[in-house]
Design a protein around this ligand. Structure first.
Ligand SMILES: Nc1ncnc2c1ncn2[C@@H]1O[C@H](COP(=O)(O)OP(=O)(O)OP(=O)(O)O)[C@@H](O)[C@H]1O
Ligand SMILES: [Mg+2]
Length: 353
């Protein structure tokens, strides 16, 4: 294998091997599995007809509704390998509309997972779903809560420990909620975490996620540099893993937020990366700081939090729920630090305009 772990978007789904494995492993849930959804569902079993799921205002507790027949685009927010995300307006409200034009087996999966999260009552750290439509031909759209802010990848290396604590606590809370629903995100990284101009932290992109209550996860979907040893090993040998892969990815994310560098990013060949992650010692914050001459002092509890996340054995790696009790996350968010974080987000948004 000669693929690169970080070429273009560092996501493994794009490789032919991954696509093949993904196609084989992802089983679409049957249309009638939506029967009890707390959403207004116009479902049918015709193969060519779209399955439409439209939120009732009563389930979201607000009047915010998205009208799929009446909306206009304001600007493009992002473009991925399989589709794009636009800022749109409908009924006077703004939404992020993720549209999948090309065929890809995972998209109906993303719709189903957003619906599952929605049915469970939503979570403050996961973007809310307002409308979803997917066809059995794997094309569709989802309208989700628009986050007016920036992705963390443009803030990495410019955050202090207290700001990172706020971001990590909120992200981990979103991850714990997903795990409580048997959903593994599989693409936790700064690009998939947004911070709004009011300081809210939101996990986005369930494009790589999967429902462990439906089937065993054993495929290498995700971004190689953030993959846990048991996850990246699936590139060569599919093998069941669980939600703990998100905890490893969070540990790598912490190092990146603190130093601006991702461990092993200098390794260009995937097979070398697999060896480094599976056979080598886990990355640590001190090692990365030494390697990149990063001068900031970080508290021992932050080093320990990262070390816990980057425990090589998934059995010994703590769960999201137990990590929420970690010493590093004990101090409450400092309002002054939150304000300076908000200033930073606003500055970055202005620069992007
Ligand atoms: N709810 C949202 N609010 C604001 N911007 C968003 C939102 N969702 C996504 N975006 C923007 O669009 C970009 C792409 O979104 P997302 O991560 O969901 O897609 P992707 O990485 O292309 O997806 P996939 O990996 O499923 O192909 C994000 O990096 C972000 O800049
Ligand atoms: Mg993404």
């Amino acid at each position: 294998m000669t693929s690169s772990p970080s070429s273009g978007s560092p996501t493994a789904r794009g490789s032919p091997l991954t696509r093949l494995v993904k196609r084989l492993s992802r089983k679409l849930s049957p249309a009638n599995s939506h029967e009890n959804l707390a959403v207004l569902a116009h479902l049918n079993n015709h193969h060519d007809e779209p399955a439409e799921l439209i939120h009732c205002s009563s389930t979201t507790g607000s009047n915010i509704t998205f009208d799929p027949h009446k909306y206009h685009s304001i600007k493009r927010l992002g473009k991925g390998n399989y589709g794009h995300v636009d800022l749109v307006e409908s009924n006077g409200y703004k939404f992020a509309l993720k549209e999948q034009k090309t065929k890809r087996s995972g998209f109906t999966g993303e719709v189903d997972l957003y619906v599952k999260v929605s049915k469970a009552g939503d979570h403050k750290n996961i973007t809310k779903l307002y409308y979803a439509s997917s066809s059995r031909h794997k094309m569709g759209i989802i309208a989700i809560e628009y986050c007016e802010g920036v992705c963390l990848d443009i803030l990495h290396g410019s955050l202090n420990e207290m700001q990172i604590r706020h971001i990590v606590r909120e992200t981990l809370s979103g991850i714990a909620f997903l795990h409580s629903l048997s959903i593994v995100h599989r693409d936790i990284k700064p690009d998939n975490i947004m911070i709004t101009k009011t300081g809210e932290v939101k996990l986005i992109d369930l494009g790589m996620a999967d429902d462990m209550s439906i089937h065993v996860v054993d495929d290498p979907c995700g971004s190689p540099l953030y993959m846990a040893p048991e996850h990246i090993n699936c590139i060569d040998h599919p093998h069941p893993y669980d939600a703990k892969v998100d905890i490893w990815a969070l540990g790598i994310t912490c190092i990146e937020l603190a130093t601006g560098y991702i461990p092993h990013s200098e390794i260009k060949r995937t097979e070398k990366l697999v060896m480094a992650v599976t056979l080598g010692g886990p990355p640590t914050l001190s090692l990365m700081q030494r390697e990149h001459k990063h001068p900031l002092f970080f508290d021992e509890s932050f080093h320990d939090f990262i070390t816990s996340c980057l425990t090589k054995s998934p059995q010994d790696r703590p769960s999201a729920q137990s990590l929420l009790e970690h010493q590093f996350l004990k101090p409450a968010t400092d309002q002054r630090e939150l304000n300076s974080l908000i200033d930073l987000v606003t500055r970055k948004m202005d620069e992007k305009r």
